[in-house]
Design a protein around this ligand. Structure first.
Ligand code: COA
Length: 197
């Protein structure tokens, strides 16, 4: 088999590493995940707190997500439990100027510290393997859980803004957050990332 005969998905999936945390595994999305992704993401609370997720979110949306994710400058993981149950997604979009972290979990998995654990793994990956110098994120001002996740991961508030929310077909106010390599290294060396939890 020549390189040109290897399916594109092989390269896409191969370029996304597997990250392991105490309770979670983060890995590339696969076509067989589409049904579970659609079931978890078809939730207005998720769509209205993320920029690009439509509502309702159908199986075709999930299939399209799996087929096109990680083709451009992004590194998006599915988040699973150790028993391989898919619980959500977390990733970084790199557009040259900024590296933006985004995440969502199915509602049945909220409130167990999973988002914080997944985002910390992606931050470590960004600074250790992707050569990022700084990361940004944002949360709607009406989304204290997401704000708290970012704070627990060492992000600092930098200001306010507006973001276009596809599911609302309008813009909404957000708080913006940032963490740079120096702050991350300090937090890691002081062990504060874990004591804040
Ligand atoms: C935001 C989201 C990812 C959080 O997932 P999670 O696994 O429940 O998060 P964690 O358990 O790691 O942490 C949540 C924190 O928020 C706190 N929290 C939850 N609801 C809260 C509320 N209404 N007010 C204040 N704090 C709240 C929790 O107590 C916890 O903090 P603590 O550990 O100090 O007690 C999840 O709710 C989600 O997917 N929401 C919809 C999509 C979304 O908002 N994505 C983020 C886009 S910016």
């Amino acid at each position: 088999m020549t390189l040109l005969e290897i399916p594109a998905e092989t390269f896409r999936e191969a370029s996304i590493p597997v990250l392991e945390t105490e309770r979670l595994i983060l890995r590339a999305p696969r076509l067989e995940d589409a049904k579970t992704i659609a079931m978890l993401a078809n939730d207005r609370r998720i769509a209205e707190n993320t920029a690009r997720i439509p509502h309702p979110y159908k199986l075709a949306d999930a299939r399209d997500f799996v087929a096109t994710v990680n083709l451009a400058s992004e590194t998006v993981f599915l988040v699973t439990l150790a028993n391989e149950t898919v619980i959500g997604a977390c990733g970084i979009t790199q557009d040259g100027k900024a590296n933006e972290i985004g995440y969502w979990l199915g509602a049945r998995h909220w409130g167990k510290g999973y988002a914080t654990e997944a985002v910390r793994a992606v931050i470590d990956h960004a600074f250790t393997d992707l050569d990022c110098e700084a990361l940004q994120s944002a949360a709607r001002v009406t989304n204290p859980a997401s704000r708290r996740v970012l704070e627990k991961c060492g992000f600092q508030w930098t200001g306010v803004g507006l973001i276009r929310i596809r599911a609302l077909n309008s813009s909404a106010p957000i708080d913006r957050f940032r963490i740079d390599r120096g702050l991350w290294a300090s937090l890691k060396s002081w062990g504060k990332m874990h004591r804040v939890a």
